[in-house]
Design a protein around this ligand. Structure first.
Ligand code: GLC
Length: 756
């Protein structure tokens, strides 16, 4: 139904408009019956429907309807499969339609700065490009069902400690290159109906009050068309927030903030146009949702459970395998660990789903009459070694051909609202694994964790399968992979460092509760580990298969590139193994110009393909100047220097199979400030000033122009270096340059720069 929203806004009273900018209750917006404005319902997300019909809460404490728990983002990101993500989004969107939910609160896209963040299970990756592409796919899927999404938490919400008051202190280049791009990519590719602003401050100002963040960056720079909603209870100053671009406060604040808005408009401290703008944005989505409700939608929990199993099967990451996997039907296998029976498959807090059905590896194995024995091995909640349980586990491991230990992080260690203290598994689990490998060389470890764990026994076991928090279908998915019904095809969306201390944020993480300084800057994840050549347990992009792939014949559409060009990159991939499998081919860019402080490589493309044995396919990627660029704070824009860039094709960030180089030439010039500190080297290397440098030097030393650059081109390295680093103020004093000549020289150079 076509509506004239502007007319509706004009017909609303000031009180109605102010009221629309805050919730009617915990999960709904307000309705205005008089004008036919319906209320809409928002519910968590992101990996299932946490709809609450009774008492609402934002922590997963009160009941929610029975639904399906899909793999958490830590798992789905590991699929590197945008089609899969979009399909999951469609399924979730259908569930929302069937249950009368209008906006699903997800995807959660905060970058994994440290393995310690309690909500890492709900987030996707250490890499912003992967996160953005997967988030865009999720949003497209959900919104294809006329259900809105709420990409969260904008921005720099990378820890749980003091999340409602702590300020993330981050320089703009790091924000723009690391903590913003996932939001930017998804806004530009998928236009989420809403963005959820985060609880925290950014450089001293609350996200909910932050004009630069919500209007300049989100709307002016990226073209966001939806509305901004707070995280629940994240409002700081309602009037300032409204003016800064914060449209909807959730949950209801009982009319208190509505009155503040009314008063501010009446007093003239808030421009009513800002209020009207917010109301228009909210109404646009309210009517879109209300006008597309699908009464026919059915939430088939059994069907969606099977989809959850299928999705997790595509996400699990085979980290190590000496050939012990897949298990052979004729083998006697010992399943050890409580997670075999009661797998940890989701996190605590606002994303906690009331699962309709749970699958365990043990139950799946029994249903398929596999030759299995079981022992609990370790206690699941408290971290205490139960020697009796350990002995029972050792006994069955000894008797078996293979022992599979189901390990991982109990919910008490990681969750919304609190961060981890370290990167270790519970000691009782490490102890058990060490006891098992003493008696059973064919020991497999299966992990259920929301973020990286230290694996001191990694080189002593036969295989390691990372399930992450794989949703309610994790047990069946695990069975399919262990026994070879499915070929694992997940890849790590984050680096597993050998130990926590190796992580670049280690010295700064969580801060003092008031401020947390992102001192590591853009060097997050593999950007740090690979640039520093730091040994890691498993690199970003790593994952094994039951088959093998080869890459060859890398070629580019052209070797030279200008600002507005696109380069097409082609590579052939072949399955050289014995069974069908899926491969994730990754494309990284490496800046080999003289630009300072660039990571050794950055992911700028990935594709997942399925290949039969001997089958070969050609993959195509596209590279633009933005893919080569860094955010230049002086320009307040993205910029790539002229020079050579590497195109790296890899199976992981550390397993680069093919390389090509291209030459990029930009016509864009960096801003140049001319003053006494400008050096001769800068003047020499800049196309605007180089031509006049000779004249400047001649003026300075009264020499003839042709030999005036002598020092700069001297054969003597010291002389050359000294002259290159010579600031104009020192040149003037060495040359006993009169003040007026010096000032004139600066003015000449400033005019030259301005004129180009
Ligand atoms: C929570 C979470 C957010 C969630 C919201 C509603 O505090 O931070 O992700 O969507 O409140 O439950």
């Amino acid at each position: 139904m076509k509506r004239n929203i502007k007319e509706i806004v004009e017909a609303m009273t000031l009180e109605e408009k102010a009221g629309l900018c805050s919730g009617g209750d915990f999960w709904h917006t307000k309705e205005v019956k008089r004008l036919g404005i319906p209320k809409i319902m928002l519910s968590d997300g992101p990996h299932g429907l946490r709809k609450q019909e009774e008492e609402g809460d934002h922590l997963g404490v009160n009941e929610s309807i029975e639904a399906v728990c899909f793999p958490a983002a830590c798992a789905t990101a590991s699929s590197f499969d945008v089609e899969l993500m979009e399909e999951m989004g469609k399924t979730l969107g259908n569930e929302c339609q069937a249950e009368g939910v209008d906006i699903l609160l997800g995807p959660a896209v905060n970058i994994k700065r440290s393995p310690l963040c309690g909500r890492n299970f709900e987030y996707m990756s250490e890499d912003p490009y992967l996160t953005g592409e997967m988030a865009a796919a999720y949003i497209k899927g959900v919104q294809s069902k006329h259900i809105g999404t709420s990409m969260k938490h904008f921005a720099a919400n990378n820890q749980e400690y003091q999340r409602m008051v702590c300020s993330s202190e981050v320089d703009e280049q790091t924000l723009r290159e690391i903590y913003f791009p996932a939001f930017e990519i998804a806004v530009k590719k998928a236009q989420p109906k809403t963005i959820m602003c985060s609880y925290n401050k950014i450089n001293g100002e609350y996200a909910s009050d932050n004009e630069w963040l919500l209007n300049k960056v989100l709307r002016d720079d990226w073209g966001f068309e939806g509305f901004v909603v707070t995280d629940w209870g994240a409002v700081n100053n309602r009037v300032q927030g409204l003016s800064a671009g914060l449209d909807l406060e959730m949950p209801s604040s009982g009319g208190v903030n509505d009155e503040r808005i009314v008063d501010a408009v009446k007093k003239g401290t808030l421009d009513e146009k800002k209020l009207d703008q917010a109301v228009e944005r909210i109404l646009k989505t309210v009517f879109e949702c209300a006008d597309h409700r699908d009464k026919e939608a059915v939430f088939d929990r059994a069907l969606d459970h099977e989809k959850a199993v299928d999705i997790e099967t595509e996400c699990a990451v085979l980290l190590e395998n000496n050939g012990v996997l897949p298990l052979n039907e004729n083998k006697k296998v010992a399943y050890i660990g409580g997670f075999a029976k009661n797998p940890r498959y989701q996190g605590g807090g606002s994303s906690h789903i009331h699962s309709s059905k749970e699958s365990s590896a043990l139950e799946s194995a029994k249903n398929k009459n596999r030759n299995i024995t079981y022992a609990k091995g370790f206690t699941e909640i408290e971290d205490v070694i139960d020697e009796k349980e350990v002995q029972l586990a050792v006994d069955i491991a000894k008797e078996a051909d293979v022992a599979v230990v189901f390990a991982g992080l109990p919910e008490v260690i990681e969750g919304e609202g609190y961060d981890r203290k370290d990167m270790k598994l519970p000691e009782c689990q490490n102890h058990l694994i060490n006891e098992i490998i003493k008696v059973q060389p064919n020991t497999v470890v299966v992990l259920h964790n929301g973020s990286p764990v230290e694996c001191p026994w990694a080189n002593q076991v036969a295989a390691i399968l990372e399930l992450y928090l794989g949703g309610e279908g994790v047990g069946e998915a695990c069975d399919r992979i262990l026994w070879g019904e499915a070929n694992p095809c997940g890849r790590l969306a984050e680096t597993f460092p050998l130990k926590l201390e190796d992580n670049p944020s280690y010295l700064y993480f969580k801060g003092d509760g008031k401020k947390v300084k992102y001192q590591e800057g853009i060097f997050v994840g593999y950007r740090y580990y690979d640039t520093k050549k730091q040994q890691v347990r498993w690199p970003f992009g790593h994952g094994l298969s039951y088959t093998k792939f080869s890459y060859h014949n890398l070629r580019v559409s052209k070797k030279q590139m200008q600002d507005d060009d696109v380069i097409n990159v082609f590579v052939d991939v072949k399955n050289i193994g014995q069974r069908t499998g899926k491969e994730v081919v990754q494309l990284y860019i490496s800046d080999r110009t003289t630009s300072f402080g660039r990571p050794m490589k950055e992911l700028k493309g990935f594709k997942k393909i399925e290949l039969k044995p001997e089958e070969e396919k050609t993959l195509e990627f596209q590279i633009t100047a933005r893919d080569l660029s860094y955010f230049n704070e002086a320009m307040k824009d993205w910029y790539a220097a002229s020079g050579t860039y590497g195109i790296l094709i890899g199976h992981s960030s550390r397993d680069i199979c093919l390389e090509e180089e291209i030459l990029f030439e930009t016509k864009r010039l960096l801003p140049m400030t001319i003053d006494g500190t400008t050096t001769l080297g800068e003047l020499m290397n800049d196309p605007r000033t180089a031509p006049v440098l000779g004249q400047i030097m001649a003026q300075a030393f009264g020499a003839s122009e042709e030999n005036s650059n002598a020092g700069l081109e001297s054969d003597d390295a010291t002389a050359r270096a000294t002259m290159n680093a010579m600031p104009l103020k020192s040149l003037a004093s060495f040359a006993a340059m009169p003040e007026n000549v010096y000032e004139n020289m600066l003015l000449t150079l400033q005019d030259v720069v301005k004129s180009k």
